[in-house]
Ligand binder design. Structure first.
Ligand SMILES: CC(C)(COP(=O)(O)OP(=O)(O)OC[C@H]1O[C@@H](n2cnc3c(N)ncnc32)[C@H](O)[C@@H]1OP(=O)(O)O)[C@@H](O)C(=O)NCCC(=O)NCCS
Length: 204
């Protein structure tokens, strides 16, 4: 009978996934940050891989990407008026600090560790550790705090690696890989990112 009514109303047969009670790809829900200021909005996701990770978000931010602590020591501090674009991720096993007014475009990756050891004999155990949830031995992995200075702008698809400090007002060109510190009010681009020019007083 239901089929007949559907046919008359022109709705056809429901899709198999609708019959199974599914409405599309499942979206994992965001965890709560440890602190979040007034006017901030999370459209993306906060995730702690291990208990103990700390995520603090300031005022008037828009988080469309992933903010993820990888270890119990991971710490992500985001200032005020910060944008994290869709498909971007902040991944912390140590410390990532994002200062006020930073713009992080879409598909940007900021990481404060290498995630794996450079030694094959150590690295080959990582997958098994993750699968049985016994945890990763972070002492075998290089890491270094990342700081993104006030008012900096990271272009689409760029990457900032462990230990890097990006100076105030600096700009990272689209698709760049930043491996070394960037001075304030400087544009860098390329892989590895190199200085293009300094920003003038009228651009600050
Ligand atoms: C970094 C950027 C702002 C530079 O702007 P600009 O000061 O006008 O620089 P120019 O376009 O004059 O380029 C200067 C030089 O840098 C090179 N360059 C610029 N951007 C580059 C990039 N992303 N990667 C590699 N080289 C780049 C140019 O080819 C040029 O090289 P040349 O001197 O050998 O000819 C711009 O190129 C960019 O990458 N914008 C990102 C935009 C974005 O991601 N938006 C997403 C929305 S938030």
């Amino acid at each position: 009978m239901r089929q007949l009514i559907r046919k008359i109303l022109g709705r056809g047969t429901p899709r198999p996934e609708a019959r199974a009670g599914k409405t599309g790809p499942k979206r994992e829900r965001s965890e709560e940050p440890d602190a979040m200021g007034e006017g901030s909005l999370i459209r993306g996701r906060v995730q702690r891989e291990k208990p103990g990770g700390v995520v603090r978000i300031g005022r008037d931010c828009l988080i469309e990407g992933l903010v993820k602590t990888e270890s119990a020591e991971g710490r992500i501090e985001i200032g005020n008026n910060v944008y994290l674009g869709g498909g971007s991720s902040l991944s912390s096993a140590k410390s990532i600090r994002i200062m006020d007014d930073v713009l992080i475009s879409y598909r940007v990756i900021v990481m404060d560790s290498d995630s794996h050891s450079v030694r094959y004999s150590v690295r080959k155990k990582d997958l098994a550790d993750w699968k049985d949830n016994s945890g990763h031995d972070w002492s075998t992995t290089e890491s270094g705090e990342v700081v993104i200075g006030k008012g900096a702008w990271l272009g689409a698809g760029s990457m900032v690696l462990k230990g890097v400090t990006i100076g105030e007002g600096a700009i990272v060109g689209a698709g760049s890989v930043v491996t070394k510190d960037v001075p304030a009010w400087t544009i860098v681009a390329g892989n590895p990112a190199r200085k293009i020019r300094e920003l003038g007083e009228d651009e600050r």
